[in-house]
Design a protein around this ligand. Structure first.
Ligand code: ADP
Ligand code: MG
Length: 450
């Protein structure tokens, strides 16, 4: 009967990575097979837990395949299974001994740290990052089969790392059995160099080319000019690609623009999907600020969100920084979260000397000029004394701030974007002939410095 175990082991061996087999399956001894029950001896309790979680099903399946019958497998901790004098992992060695833990990557391992906040849920999608976001979602749901590699590129602080982490979180939740590696190309290089120095290249290659199921590599531009690392990465890429394992890369440039990178790598970067991330537009910046405030359980007034978003345009990290700073000042000095405080923060921290006017500013200045109330501009009133200033204000928002039609509509009493479009066209047209209107627009724009 014990032969049955040998047979099962032989077929299991063909289905498990050799290192995992050597560490977890080879040491198992079969004590007995009786009445549909199989008793297996394992060296220690840790081993027992690990193998129960990770290999019990596989063992039962192979026993069934050999015999056509169901077996009940149980593990018993026994010195005997430790009898061949080899070291086997136990609580002490597995925790404290990296040498043992490293060459073998147990199933479902996560290498590298993902920021728990960088999820798809926390990511605001806009035209500037739509493609990268869609590509990341596709990759997370069709691991290795849809776009391989996914290559995302864009400037600093635009959300590349955020999206890569989100892919990692999502795959981990859906496929806990996969080994996900998140590393920067710099870490990859350092690890490679130390493997050369310590003559553990074989382990390094086993880990990256075989044990890895999903490779998330951040900031690939770093390996430009590093010939040996590029060569190693080339082979890693090929091996993973051939096994249909998902590769996600981020870079600060488009592949053609990376200097000092081998042509064969450059071309591989373009095999899958290339998605750029551009600096976010105004609306996306506002949405990001609101989302971040929400995460802090704060409701930030619209005019402040706009003031920040209109003045900080380059990258999302700075936006976050401005918000954090604003919240810190408000609580430190017990000041209300208002436009004055926001202006102060923008001036003192971000050197925005005269913060740009906002839609609110335009409404205020236009209303004062025509001697009406801001509320009138947003009201439903169709009196000429109100409709003209309203159209002028909309026009200045469009010309001076470049705000979108829907955005302006929203801020002028939830009007439709076509209403705004018509208003802007009309002012454009009449100001060509009507000097009074033209000079009013000019004066107002000068006052607002836009
Ligand atoms: P990169 O890797 O491109 O330099 P990061 O991914 O580190 O940029 O992003 C910088 C910061 O901005 C992070 O805190 C990230 O969460 C945030 N961020 C960037 N884009 C978005 C977005 N669209 N929605 C929400 N947060 C974002
Ligand atoms: Mg990054």
């Amino acid at each position: 009967m014990l032969e049955l175990w040998d047979k099962a082991v032989t077929s299991i061996q063909q289905n498990v990575k050799s290192q995992n087999f050597d560490i977890w399956l080879r040491p198992i001894k079969c004590e007995s097979i009786r009445d549909g029950k199989v008793t297996l001896l394992v060296p220690n309790r840790f081993f027992k837990d690990y193998i129960t979680t990770n290999y019990l099903e596989l063992i039962e399946r192979h026993l069934k395949e050999e015999t056509g019958e169901n077996y009940d497998v149980s593990f018993v901790v026994s010195e005997e299974a430790n009898g061949n004098g080899e070291e086997h992992p136990n609580e002490d060695t597995i925790e404290g001994n990296e040498e043992l833990a490293e060459p073998c990557v147990p199933l479902g391992t996560m290498i590298g740290t993902l920021n728990p906040r960088n999820t798809f849920n926390a990511f605001v999608v806009g035209p500037s990052n739509q493609l990268a976001h869609a590509g990341s979602m596709a990759v997370a749901s069709m691991v290795g089969r849809k776009y391989n590699p996914l290559f995302m590129y864009g400037g600093v602080g635009l959300g590349k790392t955020h999206l890569v982490h989100a892919v990692g979180h999502e795959i981990r939740a859906k496929h806990p059995e996969l080994n996900i590696f998140y590393v920067s190309s710099e870490q990859f290089m350092n690890e490679f160099i130390s493997s050369v120095r310590n003559q553990t290249q074989h382990d390094f290659q086993q880990k990256y080319r075989h044990d890895c199921d999903v490779l998330l590599m951040d900031d690939i531009q770093f390996i430009a000019g590093k010939d040996r690392t590029q060569d190693e990465f080339f082979h890693t890429f090929n091996s993973l690609y051939d096994q249909q394992k998902q590769i996600v890369l981020t870079c600060d440039k488009y592949p053609q623009e990376i200097d000092n990178i081998e042509e064969r790598l450059r071309s591989r970067f373009q095999w899958g999907l290339i998605a750029d991330i551009q600096p976010p537009e105004l609306e996306t910046r506002v949405a990001i600020i609101k989302k971040k405030a929400e995460a802090e359980e704060l409701d930030i007034p619209n005019d402040i969100a706009f003031l920040i978003a209109e003045n900080i345009r380059s990258n999302v990290r700075e936006l976050e920084c401005a918000l954090t700073r604003l919240l810190a000042e408000a609580s430190m000095y017990r000041r209300p979260l208002d436009v004055d405080l926001a202006r102060h923060v923008l001036q003192s921290t971000f050197n925005v000397s005269a913060p740009r006017s906002t839609i609110e500013d335009i409404q205020r200045v236009v209303a004062r000029h025509y001697n009406i109330r801001v509320g009138d501009l947003k009201s439903k009133s169709r009196q000429h004394s109100v409709t003209l200033p309203r159209m002028v204000a909309m026009y200045i928002c469009r010309k001076g701030l470049g705000s979108s039609f829907p955005e302006i509509g929203e801020r002028f009493g939830s009007r439709d974007h076509t209403t705004v479009m018509n208003a802007c066209r009309k002012i454009e047209k009449v100001s060509a002939t009507d000097l009074a209107i033209r000079s009013a627009v000019d004066t107002l724009r000068r006052k607002l410095a836009i």
